[in-house]
Structure formats: structure tokens, C-alpha cells
Design a protein around this ligand. Structure first.
Ligand SMILES: CC(=O)SCCNC(=O)CCNC(=O)[C@H](O)C(C)(C)COP(=O)(O)OP(=O)(O)OC[C@H]1O[C@@H](n2cnc3c(N)ncnc32)[C@H](O)[C@@H]1OP(=O)(O)O
Ligand SMILES: O=CC(=O)O
Length: 537
């Protein structure tokens, strides 16, 4: 079934485009560099082919087709097989915290009341070179137990507590390059770079303490991409003399095409996979992106697209059923609410978290994500209650449910498109893009956690409303000129909200320009982080 064998090209060497500091040389040392080079020589050429396959599929959907379960892999879906195994320290994942890899956050996350910390080089992270290497240093120190941090302003000291959370590293998606290293004149895949460095620096220590090199894999769109990762993992195990299945991965099902290939993805990564996760924000973005040409499937305001909507609930239930049939974990996703200092608002937030997590626990998920340590107790209480004495819900099979159909997964989503919703999207997207191009990949905006996936929804929604000439609930039709008018009005609002000094010191004009390009382009730009990356050092 797999076709991942592009012949390796050992002739061409990797070239570093920048000087390293002494501290960075520890991370990208000679040996680590050579490992990155071996991976790139063997696996990089396959990525453009996988990206081209994405585009070919999209063309068929743009021409009127709809995603569906694949005919030629029906035997995998109906066959009786399970994944290889789940290590002991991943048996209980009832609450996982996620966050970028800055030093203080890493310590706070590992100390939180959670089972797992997903350390993120992806959607909550802007991959500027110094920060990428610093993130790897932070994770290495965390694994070694030597990480510490003193806040230069307050003097507060941070250290790891006993029994920290299990660490899983989320690497960049296959579409993201690392421009500081060139191979055949092209930037190398960021995913391989993140994987190589995290693996190289940590596998020995992790295995010695009964854990292992664990990864989250984002934004896969097809089982062939999972097969590519499986080859990368197996090659690495062989290179380092490790038994097959030492490297473990959890795959985010956060694209619409991937939901139709969950069995195939589990199968392709059978030796290495331990579960799938409902990456709901990217999934919503992908629903917009994949169905961009389908006028009957335009999403309403972002605020009303909740997990109760039939197309999202079907996705969660199908993920649970598919995973548990194969002995794999079915992880829930992220509610974007974050705690507030205002007690009334905070109570409202905790209620929202409770409702969201209860829906996941009742659907049979084995655990869930929180964006902030202040939400861990609430999420945990829900899962403690549902799990009782169990560590997970692998026993919940959902086999008696009616089969979930392609129609349910693609069901149009009802709800209004409003003037306020569109203006809100503009303000959120501009602020997020400004933060990202300034090097910060995750920010609180209007009381919500905003990261690349949530910002993608904001900008892609407006693009879709313009493309299909949708009317807002006040009757006004969304056009490019309405968007441009609102953008300039909302820039004034932002200046008032942020204060003129902060507004002028930031890169808000650049962000607005980028937002305008993304929203008014004839073709939907695949990822805002690609043009955004040009701004990063
Ligand atoms: C759609 C997806 O891809 S979801 C996955 C990607 N997204 C994420 O991972 C979101 C992660 N969350 C965050 O980055 C942060 O919570 C933010 C940016 C949303 C808010 O952060 P802040 O503004 O610092 O929040 P706040 O001021 O309330 O933080 C209080 C404390 O909690 C810590 N904290 C907040 N979030 C986290 C986190 N996710 N992990 C660890 N510590 C955290 C802060 O560092 C701070 O510590 P301190 O008191 O020692 O200084
Ligand atoms: O990565 C997670 C998501 O919700 O998107």
C-alpha cells in the first residue's frame, strides 16, 4: 500500500545559512547536523510529491466532487487488526496541556495538574530560528531534569516538581520549511528538523526513565503521509539500534480529507501510532478550505461552530469508534477559552470547559486538551468522573452506533453570518498575524486563546463569504470592498483598544496588509504561516 521509496540522494550536502552561537552549537552539533542531513537526503524529496497529491485531490473537489471513504482501501477498514502497543506511561492521558516551547511555559506545563504536556513547534509557535533552537534546548533540559528559569522582572524562580507530565513533542507540519538549512538549494522540511533534534537529544534519557521519544504529528491529509512518517521513524530506529516501535506518535485528525482515512492512517503507522486526536480548530479551517468551491457548505460566524454541530459531533464519534476498534487512543481537543481574572467571567469560562469536556468524555474520548494550567482541574474532574477506576476508555467501542456516513461528516452547518462576526474575525486575524510575524505564535485575544488554527478560520471564513457573495444577517453582501472598508474601520478600533503607542510600536500595518492579501486573493492561500514565515528571522 505504501509508496514512500524515493531513492536517497547522499551526494548533496546540507548547508547551514547562518552562524551559530556557542549555545546553539550544543543543539545543532556536528553529530546532530549529520543526522538531520541523513534524514533530509533520504526523505525530503518525497514531500513535494505528497504536497502535489494534496493539490490533485483538491482540484477534484474544486471541480464539484466531495471527499469520501476510499474504495481501494476498503479491506483495511473492514479488516481485523490492531496497532502494535501503547507504552505504560501513555496509558492514562486524561488531560494534556499544550503550549509553545519557551522556557517558563515548558516548566509550568510540566508541573501542571495534567498527565501529558504537548510541547509545540507548530500552531502555537512562530518558528524564528533562535526560538526553534532555544525550544530544543529547553526540551532537552526538561528531559534531563536540569531546566530552571528566573523571571528577570519579578525574580520568581521556576523549577520542575517531582513527577512532571509526560512529554510529547509536536513538530511542524509537512508544508512548513526551515529556511536556515538548504538542501539542493531549497529550505529543508521543518518537520524533519524538529523531529531529528528532539529525537537525537532526548531518546536515551527518555528511554532510561521508562518513557520514550513521543511525537504529535499535525495536519496530515492522507495515509501516504502517515506512511512517510512511519518510514522516517523506522529508519531512525534502525540507525540508532532501537527496537521497532520505540518511537510513538499521536496523529492529529485535523483536516477534512484525513477523517475519511483514519483507519488507513492507523494502519500505515501501526508500529508507531498510539492514537488520534480531534484537532477541531484546524479541522474547521480545513472544512472551509477543502469545500471552498461548494456554495452549499459555507460556514457561519466562527462563534457558533461548536462541537455540538452535527458535522463536528460525527467527526468526534467516528474518531472514537475507529481508534478503539484498533486499540488506539481517541484524544479530544481544545476548547479555546482561557481563565479570566474577573471571577464572574471565570465562572462562565469554567462552565464552558465543563460542558465541552463532558461532551468529549461522553462520546468516549480517552482524554482531552487544555490551553492553560488554570483549566486543568476542571477538565480533570470531568474525566475522573467518567473514567472512575479506569485509566482510559478503550473499552468504549461505539460498535452499536449507526455507521457514520460521509454525508454526516460533510453536513452543512447552520447559523448566522453577522456584521459583528466579520468585524471580530478581522480584529482577531490582524492581531494574531501581528503577533506571529513579531515572533509570538499564541496570544490571548478577547479572552480566547488564539493560535494559527483559530486565526486561519477567521481569515478563511471571510475569503469564503466574499467568494460566494454571501449576505450578512443585516442584508449586506460581503464583497472585497466591504472587507477593505471594514478592515480600515477595525484598524481604528484596534488603535483605540490597544493605545496609540502600542499600536505604532507593533507591526499592525504589515499585519493588515497581509490580512488583506490573504482575504482578497482569488485563490485561497493554503496557510497564513507560509507568507508569515518570510517576516521571521
Ligand atoms: C488549535 C491548537 O493547535 S491548540 C494547541 C496550540 N495552542 C496552545 O498550545 C495554547 C497554549 N496556551 C498559551 O499559549 C497561553 O495560555 C496563552 C497565550 C493563551 C495565554 O497565556 P498568558 O497570557 O501567559 O496567560 P496568563 O497570564 O493567564 O498565565 C498565567 C500563568 O500560566 C502560565 N501558562 C499559561 N498558559 C500556559 C500553558 N499552555 N502552558 C504552561 N503554562 C501556561 C503562564 O506562563 C503564566 O505563568 P506565571 O504565572 O508563572 O507567569
Ligand atoms: O491542533 C489543534 C486544533 O484544534 O487545530
Amino acid at each position: 500500500m505504501t509508496d514512500t521509496q524515493t531513492p536517497p540522494n547522499h551526494e548533496v550536502k546540507l548547508s547551514l545559512q547562518t552562524l551559530l552561537t556557542e549555545q546553539q552549537k550544543e543543539i545543532l552539533n556536528e553529530d546532530a547536523f549529520q543526522f538531520v542531513e541523513r534524514l533530509v537526503q533520504r526523505f525530503a524529496l518525497r514531500i513535494p510529491e505528497l504536497m502535489a497529491a494534496r493539490e490533485r485531490r483538491q482540484l477534484a473537489i474544486d471541480a464539484g466532487g466531495l471527499p469520501d471513504f476510499l474504495e481501494d482501501t476498503a479491506d483495511i477498514r473492514t479488516g481485523n487488526w490492531t496497532i502494535r502497543n501503547i507504552p505504560d506511561d501513555l496509558q492514562d492521558r486524561r488531560v494534556e496541556i499544550t503550549g509553545p516551547v519557551d522556557r517558563k511555559m515548558v516548566i509550568n506545563a510540566l508541573n501542571a495538574n495534567v498527565k501529558v504536556f504537548m510541547a509545540d513547534f507548530e500552531d502555537s509557535f512562530a518558528p524564528a530560528w533562535d526560538e526553534v533552537l532555544e525550544g530544543q534546548r529547553n526540551l532537552r533540559d526538561a528531559v534531563n531534569g536540569t531546566i530552571a528559569y528566573t523571571n528577570p522582572e519579578t525574580g520568581k524562580e521556576y523549577q520542575l516538581h517531582d513527577d512532571p507530565a509526560v512529554l510529547i513533542c509536536r513538530v511542524r507540519g509537512l508544508h512548513l520549511p526551515e529556511k536556515h538549512l538548504l538542501w539542493q538549494g531549497e529550505p529543508i522540511p521543518g518537520s524533519l528538523f524538529d523531529f531529528a533534534l528532539y529525537f537525537y537529544h532526548n531518546y536515551k534519557q527518555l528511554l532510561a526513565k521508562g518513557s520514550g521519544p513521543y511525537f504529535y504529528l499535525p495536519k496530515l491529509q492522507a495515509y501516504q503521509e502517515a506512511a512517510w512518517w512511519s518510514d522516517v521513524f523506522s529508519f531512525t530506529e534502525d540507525e540508532f539500534g532501537l527496537p521497532r516501535g520505540t518511537i510513538k506518535a499521536t496523529v492529529l485528525i485535523e483536516t477534512l480529507p484525513a477523517v475519511f482515512e483514519m483507519d488507513e492512517i492507523l494502519y500505515s503507522l501501526k508500529d508507531h501510532i498510539v492514537g488520534l486526536n480531534c484537532g477541531r480548530w484546524d479541522y474547521i479551517f480545513s472544512y472551509i478550505k477543502t469545500l471552498r468551491n461548494h456554495p452549499d457548505r459555507i460556514l457561519p460566524d466562527r462563534q457558533v461552530v461548536t462541537m455540538e454541530k452535527p458535522f463536528l459531533n460525527a467527526y468526534s464519534r467516528l474518531l472514537v469508534r475507529t481508534c478503539h476498534r484498533r486499540g488506539a487512543f481517541a484524544m479530544g481537543g481544545m476548547a479555546a477559552f482561557i481563565p479570566s481574572k474577573d471571577p464572574e467571567r471565570n465562572e462562565w469560562v469554567l462552565n464552558k470547559i465543563q460542558t465541552d469536556k463532558a461532551l468529549e468524555a461522553n462520546n468516549g474520548h480517552d482524554g482531552t486538551w487544555v490551553a492553560h494550567p488554570g483549566l486543568a482541574d476542571t477538565a480533570r474532574a470531568i474525566f475522573d468522573d467518567t473514567l472512575g477506576t479506569r485509566q482510559n476508555q478503550l473499552d468504549v467501542s461505539r460498535e452499536d452506533d449507526a455507521p457514520i456516513t460521509a454525508e454526516e461528516l460533510l453536513e452543512p452547518c447552520d447559523g448566522d453570518r453577522t456584521d459583528e462576526g466579520m468585524r471580530h474575525n478581522i480584529r482577531v486575524a490582524v492581531q494574531y498575524i501581528e503577533a506571529w510575524i513579531s515572533g509570538n505564535g499564541c496570544v490571548p485575544i478577547y479572552g480566547l486563546m488564539e493560535d494559527a488554527a483559530t486565526a486561519e478560520i477567521s481569515r478563511a471564513s471571510i475569503w469564503q463569504w466574499i467568494k460566494h457573495g454571501k449576505a450578512l444577517s443585516n442584508g449586506e453582501v460581503v464583497t472585497k470592498s466591504l472587507f477593505e472598508q471594514m478592515l480600515s474601520e477595525e484598524m481604528v478600533v484596534l488603535e483605540q483598544e490597544l493605545g496609540t503607542d502600542m499600536f505604532n510600536q507593533g507591526q499592525y500595518q504589515e499585519a493588515a496588509m497581509l490580512m488583506s492579501q490573504l482575504t482578497t486573493s482569488d485563490e485561497l492561500v493554503n496557510f497564513l504561516t507560509l507568507p508569515g514565515y518570510e517576516y521571521l528571522k
